[in-house]
Design a protein around this ligand. Structure first.
Ligand code: EPU
Length: 430
């Protein structure tokens, strides 16, 4: 095991190129199961979650060709040799559930392990299961597995009103519905940019999905899909994380290649907290922006509540809380998506933050300084919030169990070090 050791107190300055989005890459990779033709993905981030999805797809029979230097991945599911997603892989990454819809649509059957426990919440899969049943799948839970099969009539289009907004649930059902007979309407669909990225790629493969980016998706089933080449969208959560790194250290960082509008609500909150945010056209791609983030004065307390897109993302709650620990005044931060996503609070308090928790709300009273400490990462976003706090703290912060961070942040120390951060990764025994 490894830990990251951060020396705080350096004002970060420089530029950071934003990687492809983890939460877009994973469903896009699962979409390769829908066709026997190659799906070539560009801008693929080098993350342990991506490697896990590669391993899962390979054991389903997908040919996985990786070009790490070019950040491309070519996936071809000429023949699916196995429709079982086993517990030992699924239990390590919940997003493995994303193979359920594609396997069912392509092969007429799938057996996918239930993922088991998760640090941030119970995370049931009832909406995935009920929605796939609406498309005609027969689903039982047996021995810890979701055992799904399609009746002789095959999957058929249906009107589905999702009882809550679920990102992977929308993606799973959309991937099943593209090959169903007839039309499917998904109401209360997730509008996250990653869902739209998947829908655009599926359309390029021959699917007929309209209403992309809205809460009503209309999917006209087609006989088959073909291959395509698709560039994964930039990771908005990574961009926001490094924006907080700049703000919390009173730095000056330019984030390269960002979809500015995907973070609308976050920029709003960061700007109310006192940050100066300037977006300029990217030199690489006219669809992207370069965003300069500075925090010249005091950090102001700003209340925040997480919500589905376009609200404030739950995946930036921990990072924003780290920023608020040093605010002038106080901030009420409420987590509404996951019932247990406040595990970073006691760790931040070990660094002398002043945070009171009431159920899923927190009152963060700003302190004059954070003090470096030994802290423990509990999940991906919690771990990066502790690094952010460590960058601003007085003295040395040691973040244990850093393997969480490699799930979602590509070369995190390298990117921060090139802006002046003093940090290194060392074996836990050292
Ligand atoms: N939910 C149910 N039943 C379901 C599905 C979801 O009750 O059948 C509940 C969940 O328990 C949760 C809420 O609905 O309370 C929303 O969960 P959602 O299904 O949207 O989450 P997800 O699709 O499993 C994705 C991201 C998460 C991100 C959430 C919310 C991926 C691979 N994961 O998870 O990313 O927090 O959407 O935006 O796309 C992360 O990157 O750190 C991360 C956790």
């Amino acid at each position: 095991m490894e830990k990251i050791v951060v020396e705080g107190g350096v004002s970060l300055k420089g530029e950071i190129f934003i990687s492809g989005a983890k939460n877009a890459a994973l469903p896009l990779m699962a979409a390769s199961l829908l066709t026997d033709q190659p799906l070539c993905l560009h801008h693929v981030p080098a993350l342990s979650d991506v490697s896990r999805m590669e391993a899962l797809l390979a054991q389903h029979g997908v040919d996985v060709q990786k070009n790490a230097a070019e950040k491309t991945l070519t996936l071809q599911a000429s023949i699916i040799t196995n429709t079982v997603a086993p517990y030992d892989i699924v239990s390590k990454m919940r997003a493995c559930i994303l193979v359920l819809g594609p396997l069912l649509a392509r092969c007429g059957e799938a057996k996918v392990s239930l993922p088991g426990g998760c640090a941030i919440g119970i995370r049931p899969l009832n909406v995935h299961i009920e929605s796939l049943r609406s498309l005609g799948a027969e689903i039982d839970i047996e021995g810890g597995y979701i055992c799904a099969k399609v009746s002789s009539q095959g999957l058929r289009g249906a009107h589905i009103a999702m009882p809550l907004v679920t990102v992977n649930g929308t993606e799973n059902v959309m991937m099943a519905a593209v090959l169903a007979k007839g039309s499917t309407i998904i109401k209360n669909a997730a509008k996250e940019p990653e869902v739209s990225d998947l829908a655009h790629c599926l359309n390029a493969m021959g699917a007929k999905i309209s209403g992309i980016g809205t809460d009503t998706l209309v999917i006209d089933g087609v006989e088959q899909l073909g291959g395509t080449t698709h560039a994964i969208i930039p990771d908005r959560i990574e961009a926001a994380t490094y924006a907080v790194a700049s703000a919390i250290t009173h730095g000056d960082i330019v984030l390269r290649d960002v979809v500015f509008d995907d973070l609308f609500t976050f920029w709003n909150h960061l700007s109310k907290a006192g940050a100066l945010i300037e977006a300029m056209p990217s030199a690489h791609n006219p669809a992207f922006s370069d965003v300069r983030v500075r925090m010249p004065g005091e950090i102001q307390g700003v209340d925040m509540m997480t919500e589905p897109y376009p609200g404030f993302p739950t995946d930036i709650q921990a990072q924003f809380m780290a920023l608020m620990t040093l605010c002038n005044g106080a901030a009420m931060i409420t987590e509404t998506i996951f019932e247990n996503r406040l595990m970073h609070v006691p760790e931040l308090c070990r660094m002398c933050a002043d945070i009171t928790v009431h159920k899923t709300s927190t009152l963060v009273r700003g302190v004059k300084e954070l003090v470096g400490s030994h802290v423990m990462a509990t999940d991906l976003r919690a771990s990066v919030s502790l690094i952010l706090a460590g960058l601003a703290a007085k003295g040395t912060t040691t973040v244990q169990r850093i393997y969480h961070i490699d799930r979602g942040y590509e070369r995190v120390e390298e990117k921060l070090r090139q802006c002046g951060a003093v940090m290194e990764r060392v074996p836990t025994e050292a």
